[in-house]
Design a protein around this ligand. Sequence first.
Ligand code: ADP
Ligand code: F6P
Length: 319
Amino acid sequence: MKKIGVLTSGGDAPGMNAAIRAVTRTALYKGMEVVGIRRGYNGLINGDVFDMNVRSVSSIIQRGGTLLFTARCPEFKTEEGLQKAVKACKEMGIEGLAVIGGDGSYRGAGDLSARGIPCIGIPGTIDNDISSTDFTIGYDTAMNTVMELVDKLRDTSHSHDRCSVVEVMGRHAGYIAVNTAVACGATEVLCPEMNYNLDEICDKMLKTRMLGKQNFIIIVAEGIGGSSEIAKYIQEKTGIEARATILGHVQRGGSPTVRDRVLASQMGHYAVELLEKGIGNRVIGVRGNQLVDYDIHEALKMTKPFEEDLYRLSDVISI
Ligand code: ADP
Ligand code: F6P
């Protein structure tokens, strides 16, 4: 391939910039041309693109968000939208695409690959809810952000002998919730993958209070939601003052961690190695310490186990 495009799609995630940088620099190193496409598949359909050089990606490795902006593009789900994108690629001489995003973006990349534009998917989402990879770009940073914020909440919660009910992101998945619960010493974690009983949680709080525990952290995954109601219930049932905090979009920002920067750099580099060989319709993942790639449609059928051992461990060590 002589010319490739790169875009970010769906929700942004810290480390996307590092991935864009790696795609761009690797392609230029290999003598290819690179086009940056703005606002996901929208930019492809509307021709909102620009030529990239080695300096286009200077000083972005440390920045959260995405230099290319991101968006959701409903039109891309239609045949008409896809045909517009194919036409735009042909007109601009774009022979392949690196698509940084989540499962939805992978579906679009699969559709475009099937229409003759080879695409490689790179997993970028804070939720870690992509089955074809152990880790997604942005997940580690988001968890570290949650940890920092929950540590701050613990300070005030401790001073007031309170319970902090903290709602964290993750869409339908509880990976952020269970890992940050362990990292922050939460008393309980509520996530969509596991059943819970609020009365049992209240009993546990009262028992541990008898053993001298003064403050409590309860992590609630957004897939469960209702953190304000949960806090109210806990307060009524236990008499322990409870406050709810929904961390929200702050979890999507910030400078990426070492892990996310390295992962994004490796994946961006690998994506171009595949495109260089004319390979498309694949997504990149990491298994153990090894980079892997899968057929997009196979990847979309995969399931990811929940970390039940971690969930149980959290319960044991939070007494
Ligand atoms: P994510 O990639 O983070 O999962 P979305 O699910 O919002 O985010 O998908 C991002 C974009 O991918 C959508 O706005 C759309 O342009 C494209 N997309 C999603 N699903 C499909 C699909 N079934 N077919 C084609 N394109 C899709
Ligand atoms: O996928 C990332 C994510 O932040 C989820 O955790 C959350 O459910 C969703 O995106 C929020 O989307 P929006 O930015 O459209 O509010």
